[in-house]
Design a protein around this ligand. Structure first.
Ligand code: AMP
Length: 188
């Protein structure tokens, strides 16, 4: 079972993923988390992406795709993958298809957490007080939404055309949203 948790910045993908990966025993692949690890370890990739991430821009497709390809390839024995924050462009979605095909796998479903933008901005500013993330400030947040609307939102259409997109209301109690996600996943 390979699933994608999709949604705008601050939609709660990370929070829900923590519970989902436990419940379904999935390998969790968050490109945001992996890139933050690369930055913390000051690797070549980390140095390359640091400025882009702090300003709220998107890292190049080549970098994130090569990270995902490596992680999928080294975890082929797993029950499945949970992708969070990837794919974020149509090109990444196409390349993910190629990767999955190469390993005889497929994406079973894409769950899109739906939350209005005003709520998201407040959530992220609140998170910024404790997250220590360089991109949880108002200027970077605004830029992340510009990037989301221009480059990431079209990914929804990509999966809608495939018929494997499921919308989930992302406003409400964390546990309620989790239960709604589980109800959908259990249909697979
Ligand atoms: P996230 O933790 O998912 O909010 O990601 C934090 C930041 O990492 C994003 O604002 C981007 O700068 C970068 N990033 C994470 N995932 C991707 C991706 N799939 N493609 C491009 N940039 C990404």
């Amino acid at each position: 079972m390979n699933i994608i948790l999709f949604g705008p910045p601050g939609a709660g993908k990370g929070t829900q993923s923590q519970q989902l990966k436990e419940k379904y025993g999935l390998i969790y692949l968050s490109t945001g988390d992996i890139l933050r690890e690369e930055m913390a370890a000051e690797t070549e990739i980390g140095k390359k992406v640091k400025d882009i991430i702090s300003k709220g821009g998107l890292v190049s497709d080549e970098i994130v795709v090569s990270i995902i390809k490596g992680r999928v390839g080294t975890n082929l024995q797993s029950t499945g993958f949970l992708f969070d924050g990837f794919p974020r462009t149509v090109r990444q979605a196409e390349m993910l298809d190629e990767i999955m095909k190469a390993f005889s796998l497929k994406i079973n479903a894409v769950y899109s957490l739906e939350v209005p933008e005003e709520i998201l901005i407040n959530r992220m500013l609140e998170r910024g007080k404790t997250s220590g993330r360089a991109d949880d400030n108002i200027d970077s947040i605004k830029h992340r939404f510009v990037e989301y609307n221009a480059k990431t939102r079209p990914v929804l259409d990509y999966y809608k055309k495939r018929g494997n997109l499921v919308g989930i209301n992302g406003v409400g109690e964390i546990s309620e949203i989790f239960n709604n996600l589980c109800k959908e996943i259990d249909k697979l």
